[in-house]
Design a binder for this molecule. Structure first.
Ligand code: SAM
Length: 332
């Protein structure tokens, strides 16, 4: 899977992510992004996820989704998905994304009350600002569904980062909200991505604990984790749909990770927990007149040489990465 970040900017300031507010210099243009996707598909990538920062801030988003359509021919690209905080997802934008060819959409929401939503999104306006954002994201779910992103087919999901002591009390309200709307909730452990979010192991609420708490209210049955999947899935025994947990910290799955990450300024990373310097700058192979084979070879070389298993090493008490690339830069 290729995760391509379109922008490092975000319209929210979630303290666990802390985006820059400005773009890195040397942002890729649309032709360069397309060249990266084409090279990745030639190398065997079948899924593309567009992310950020906040990808809905990127004016060329729909154009890019439409432009990758020819790469779907034969056994090429099979799926194009998007991760967004949903704040800017109007009915019109949802329809435009669907019409452009977007297959799946994951929206992020870390609470079900105005107060918690405001705190988790870093909003200055207090509970009222949180209520307004919550209302926009709930409307975004409706707009997405109306545009054809069917949650029953897995085309619409909800992400929530859960931090112990900050929004752990939102587990049941968020699960209830997702169950009511028939949307799969994906609970993500608080990760030590970046250097600005004050991560401490004690602030991680483990996936096991999340499942236990929700399962006490609504009994769950394990469906396991799919091949190359990040999430372990569960089904509600009462028929209330599905729940998923991403245990990147407590139960790492480095050996099964197939994600290549390319930042908005064209650096390729093979690990979410990587150090900033470990990224490979793809821009020299994206200059006008440089044959595409060079870009393919550069990506293939990076991929074949990858050995990072930072999350497993953290768990084994091995050498931790001193400096991490920022989440908003890597694109999650
Ligand atoms: N702005 C978009 C959004 O909010 O979905 C896309 C980018 S965001 C970096 C992608 C996902 O990463 C979001 O669901 C976000 O909550 C999650 N995320 C960011 N920082 C995280 C952290 N430190 N630990 C766990 N998940 C995090």
């Amino acid at each position: 899977m290729l995760r391509l970040s379109l922008t490092a900017r975000c319209n929210l300031a979630c303290p666990y992510c802390l985006p820059d507010g400005t773009e890195p210099p040397g942002l890729l243009n649309q032709a360069q992004r397309l060249a990266v996707v084409a090279a990745a598909v030639e190398l065997g990538v079948r899924q593309l996820r567009l992310t950020g920062g906040e990808p809905l801030l990127h004016p060329g988003l729909e154009h890019l989704i439409a432009a990758v359509a020819p790469l779907r021919m034969g056994d090429g690209l099979q799926e194009v998905s998007l991760t967004s905080n949903g704040a800017l997802l109007t009915a019109e934008r949802a329809r435009a994304l669907r019409a452009a060819g977007l297959d799946r959409l994951t929206l992020s929401l870390d609470g079900a009350s105005g107060e918690v939503v405001a705190a988790m999104a870093g909003l200055r306006g207090g509970p009222a600002a949180g209520e307004a954002l919550l209302a926009r994201v709930l409307a975004a779910i409706d707009h997405a569904r109306a545009a054809g992103f069917d949650p029953a087919l897995g085309a619409l999901k909800l992400n929530a980062v859960i931090q112990r002591g900050r929004n752990e009390d939102q587990l049941l309200p968020l699960a209830a909200l997702a169950r009511e709307r028939g949307v799969e909730l994906r609970l993500i452990e608080f990760m030590d991505v970046g250097n600005r979010n004050g991560w401490r192991p004690e602030a991680v609420l483990s996936a096991v604990e999340m499942v236990e708490r929700i399962g006490r209210q609504w009994p769950l049955e394990s469906l396991g984790r799919g091949v190359h999947g990040t999430a372990s899935r569960w089904s509600y025994r009462d028929g209330g749909g599905h729940l998923a947990v991403v245990a990147s910290v407590s139960a790492p799955f480095c050996g099964d990770c197939n994600r290549l990450r390319v930042t908005a300024d064209g650096r390729a990373y093979t690990c979410l927990f990587a150090s900033p310097a470990s990224g490979l700058d793809l821009r020299p192979w994206l200059l006008p007149g440089i044959p595409g084979g060079g870009l393919r070879r550069a990506i293939a070389g990076l991929w074949e040489g990858r050995g990072d298993r930072w999350s497993e090493e953290r768990q084994e008490g091995g050498p931790a990465v001193a400096l991490h690339a920022e989440m908003a830069y890597l694109g999650g």
